[in-house]
Design a protein around this ligand. Sequence first.
Ligand SMILES: CC(C)(COP(=O)(O)OP(=O)(O)OC[C@H]1O[C@@H](n2cnc3c(N)ncnc32)[C@H](O)[C@@H]1OP(=O)(O)O)[C@@H](O)C(=O)NCCC(=O)NCCS
Length: 222
Amino acid sequence: MYPASAAAGGCAARYRGAPVSATTAAHSRFTPPREARPEGRPAPVAPSIPYHGRTVTVRLATPGDLPGLHALGLAILADGRGQVTTLEHADDMVAHARRIEGYFGRPDDAAIFVAVDDEGIAGEGLVRRYQPALTRHAGVLSLGVHPRAQRRGYGRALVRAMCAWANGAGLRRLELFMRADNARARALYESEGFVHEGTRARFVRLPDGTEVDDLILVRFFA
Ligand SMILES: CC(C)(COP(=O)(O)OP(=O)(O)OC[C@H]1O[C@@H](n2cnc3c(N)ncnc32)[C@H](O)[C@@H]1OP(=O)(O)O)[C@@H](O)C(=O)NCCC(=O)NCCS
């Protein structure tokens, strides 16, 4: 959600809101990417996602989800793990919300997926296409799951939905940024086909002075 690291980027495709299901027992292994499609062609529905015997559903966000997305963002910032923004800078969230609002009108350039539980929005995945003309084949994703709802498969379902969308949008390269001390995120991303590409050494400086590296992970599509 809130860029785990100061990343920037973008994505695209027409993902027309079919819910993405994540079901089953043992979570499935990484599914090889489908053949890349030219920009603008309809994206495939993301594959079913087995997750420890449960069914996890994510869907495209709508403008009506904005309040829930805001609440989710605050909860993730308050928790702090994996973040580079702190609650003291929650004002950034206003800018974040404005950006999100803008993405709803650009279905070929970005998609926001949400996971919903009984209490509301439980997770968000934002995938965007980079806009410069020579980088439109590349995009970036960000992800956040509410602390109340973690380890229930939402993160995996959101990653798969974003990858399916990116592949359908004709993206060749999908990247993300994450703090090196975020072991659970790394486990998730690597199990979904992302590989470590680079390190921004000492990019994050915690209040106690500890410096933490930041990693670039990437997944390529055909
Ligand atoms: C990282 C995060 C997105 C994972 O989402 P999640 O919904 O909890 O993850 P899932 O339940 O889908 O788990 C998927 C995989 O992630 C890894 N994982 C998740 N939580 C873990 C934990 N507490 N310990 C170790 N691995 C963990 C596992 O590999 C897991 O697969 P498994 O359950 O089959 O072993 C979530 O913890 C989160 O939002 N954290 C705060 C914000 C953040 O770090 N965002 C990512 C920034 S790049």
